[in-house]
Ligand binder design. Structure first.
Ligand code: BGC
Length: 738
């Protein structure tokens, strides 16, 4: 019984307790631990009497369910946990998973936006706060962080990751896991993290959701894997595999990924959950002949828990009894799952996340909102500021605020908002109005979307109704400055939301041009979950602010940046293309044999006939209301395997500001050949006007080496260059050899 487990000596280790429990479990109960269901009935209502819900309810009572997802709120979690603990034979508690991706109820910026802060402490704190709030609502496991590197802005899920770079992505992955899990998983304010989606999902072909992934070993080992490895280094307790195939093998059925790399090479002793239904989807992939074989292939490959496909609970016992699947695999999976439950302290107190007074004290409290606001300001990237149109004066201006998104209180919350209240974000209109010195008038300009907002349904974009144009143009005509809030709705990026045209959706581009014809003094504030194509805006609009989807405090953060109460410091974590035809476009590409134009007009070099090679805004790019100068890049010291460089950075403007000092390394020749440059260090510094700081970077074997095509890490001697500056095009450089 559960109670006999909990009374075991406190001194016995988690592993001993797990092993003892395993000896008491039937095969079916062990398989039950590997079975996860999404909330299948209204827990506060009557027990289900018919259909699949009734079957699942019986399974729950018989100890055949190990975890639930999408059940949240103390009351709901408590009721289910009580069934597991009091009605099943062994009383094994459930682990409750939830997509706490950018906050729980208090919503923080989407992960791509947070990545733009390059502020690892702030990112860690944001995850810590999310864990605090979610744990107070009964949750003890989040399906985050998503650490999929992606170079494809067409893919809607780039909003959920750390961008295109494996180095920055690894630092962020580490910080997020530390934030969620802290140093002690049994602390009731921390929750287990889940590194997802293992592996390759961000390279989905043509940016199309759920598509196949075919990548070579260089990309796999040097680009895709590092952030996952960073989560291991941070002690992550769970992994989620991926919907996608990797080189012909669905990730869910990949022994190579789950057993060889994750569990053998990386020594991971937590557990792997499948993605939603991804075990049975191996049949549709054309990989397994039926669901039974899919269950076999998945368990053999090392997928420990089945999210919602029912394949394990329906097939594994038969597969073991008929000698097809070795029971040791079941023991291994159940052991891993139980271990994490023990570590969370669920066997000592299964209701430790079910404290109603804690829930009411913590959910949505002011501290969480203050932290969300701070994170939101840090996530904003200033893309253009011609003639210092920004910051705006706080007095005496007539401001026209135009755009559907300017008055939207749901879209800024972004995509993963299952526990958030709709209509709860501070809008830009509210944010600007909270400064009373100016006269702010709002006009919608054009409706962005029509119809209902549903997480699982396509959003309908308005492409025909221009009836609101006239009023907006009239307002623009008589205003000193026009602030236009345009971009994507929060439900236009995220899972299932790939796009081929990544300009401003609907009629917004037309509206922007129409307003521009009347009043050129425009500040364009962008809301989006992915890089957009903004050529026209970049050419014509004097000031552009990238404000992503910033969460509950969005409008306040934007207002503080527009008025200069916060000096923007964000830098792009993904390249912004000039044209969707350039995608995938990223700064750390490989050279070709013909990288430069041989003579004017010649065609035989790497280029497009109709577009430049360079992006519109490069990775790492972002302006400030002040300016920074870089000089005296020096090699301070060197050994056979490491090198220390330093650079002086000066605030050359008139305002205090923060700069992300970035270091890139080029390995001039290597086998296999390496990228033209790779980010290998960064530091966020604050400088007063006129102040200079010396920033040092230590490059060790870890930064200077790479993985070869066998997956072995190697450091090769040769010639290198270090580049330092404020974005990935930095040209202040010094050379060294190893
Ligand atoms: C997503 C996962 C998510 C899971 C549970 C899936 O559709 O791909 O990232 O964690 O659903 O909601």
């Amino acid at each position: 019984m559960f109670n006999s487990c909990s009374s075991k000596s406190k001194l016995s280790t988690v592993n001993e307790r797990v092993d003892t429990l395993l000896t008491q479990m039937t095969l079916e109960e062990k398989i039950g631990q590997m079975n996860q269901y999404s909330s299948f009935w209204d827990v506060t209502g009557p027990a289900p009497k018919e259909g699949s819900a009734a079957v699942q309810f019986e399974q729950l009572k018989n100890g055949l369910v190990g975890s639930m997802l999408n059940v949240h709120g103390v009351e709901n979690v408590y009721k289910l946990q009580k069934i597991a603990v009091e009605e099943t034979r062994l009383g094994i508690p459930l682990i409750f998973g939830f997509d706490v991706i950018h906050g729980y109820k208090t919503i923080t910026p989407i992960p791509l936006a947070e990545a733009a802060s390059w502020d690892l402490e702030a990112i860690e704190l944001s995850a810590k706060n999310a864990a605090l709030e979610a744990s107070a609502a009964g949750i003890n496991w989040t399906f985050a962080p998503m650490v999929d590197v992606s170079r494809d802005a067409r893919w809607g899920r780039v909003m959920e990751g750390g961008g295109e770079d494996p180095y920055l992505g690894s630092k962020i992955a580490f910080a997020r896991v530390k934030g969620f899990q802290g140093d002690d998983l049994s602390n009731p304010s921390t929750i287990a993290a889940c590194a997802k989606h293992f592996a390759g999902y961000g390279f989905t072909e043509s940016g199309k959701e759920y598509n196949s992934v075919d990548v070579g070993t260089q990309t796999l080992y040097n680009v895709i894997m590092p952030p996952f490895k960073a989560t291991i280094d941070a002690g992550v307790r769970t992994f989620m595999n991926s919907f996608s195939q990797l080189n012909g093998v669905p990730a869910t059925g990949s022994k190579f990924l789950q057993r060889d790399i994750l569990k053998r090479d990386w020594n991971f002793d937590g557990f792997v959950v499948s993605d939603w239904g991804s075990i049975e989807e191996m049949v549709e992939h054309g990989y397994a002949k039926d669901e039974k074989e899919a269950a076999q292939l998945a368990v053999e490959a090392g997928s420990d828990m089945d999210m919602q496909s029912l394949s394990y609970v329906e097939n594994l016992a038969d597969l073991v009894k008929s000698g097809i699947v070795d029971e040791k695999l079941i023991d291994d999976a159940a052991r891993r799952i139980l271990r994490v439950k023990f570590e969370l302290g669920l066997f000592d107190d299964p209701y430790k996340y079910c404290d109603l007074s804690r829930e009411s004290k913590i959910l949505g409290n002011q501290n969480l909102h203050n932290a969300s606001l701070d994170m939101a300001k840090k996530s904003i990237v200033l893309l253009k500021n011609q003639n210092q149109l920004l910051p705006l004066k706080k007095q005496g201006l007539n401001i026209a605020l135009i755009g559907d998104l300017a008055n939207d209180k749901t879209s800024p919350l972004g995509n993963w908002i299952l526990a958030a209240e709709k209509n709860s974000a501070v809008s830009v209109l509210e944010g600007l109005k909270s400064y009373s010195g100016n006269n702010v008038e709002f006009s919608v300009g054009t409706k962005l979307n029509t119809g209902a907002l549903e997480f699982a349904k396509e959003l309908k974009i308005n492409t025909t109704d221009k009836s609101d144009f006239a009023a907006a143009l009239k307002l623009a005509r008589t205003s000193d400055v026009v602030v236009m809030v345009l971009g994507e709705h929060g439900l236009q990026s995220g899972e299932g939301r790939s796009r081929t045209n990544i300009g401003l959706p609907g009629l917004q581009q037309e509206l922007l041009e129409a307003v521009y014809n009347i009043n050129k003094n425009i500040v364009l504030v962008l809301n989006n979950g992915r890089p957009l194509v903004l050529n026209w805006a970049n050419k014509h609009i004097p000031a552009i602010v990238e404000a992503w989807q910033l969460g509950s405090q969005s409008g306040n953060a934007i207002a503080q940046v527009l008025y200069g109460d916060y000096n923007p410091s964000g830098k792009l974590p993904m390249t912004f293309p000039r044209s969707v035809g350039q995608v995938p476009i990223y700064y750390n590409y490989k050279s070709t044999g013909r990288p430069t134009l041989p003579s004017p007009g010649e065609v035989f070099w790497t280029h497009y006939q109709d577009e430049e090679n360079t992006p519109l805004y490069p990775f790492g790019y972002g302006l400030s209301y002040t300016t920074f100068g870089y000089k005296n890049l020096k090699i301070q010291s060197q050994t056979d395997t490491s090198i220390k460089v330093s650079v002086e950075v000066t605030n050359t403007g008139n305002l205090e500001g923060k700069e992300v000092v970035q270091l890139y390394v080029k390995d001039h020749f290597a086998r296999p050949a390496q990228a033209v440059r790779n980010l290998k260090g960064f530091e966020l510094i604050n400088l007063k006007p006129g102040e200079t700081k010396t920033v040092q970077f230590l490059l060790t074997e870890k930064e200077l080496g790479f993985y070869n095509n066998n997956g072995d890490f190697t450091l090769q001697s040769g010639e290198f260059s270090a580049f330092v500056g404020g974005d990935s095009t930095a040209d202040l450089s010094t050379n060294f050899s190893l």
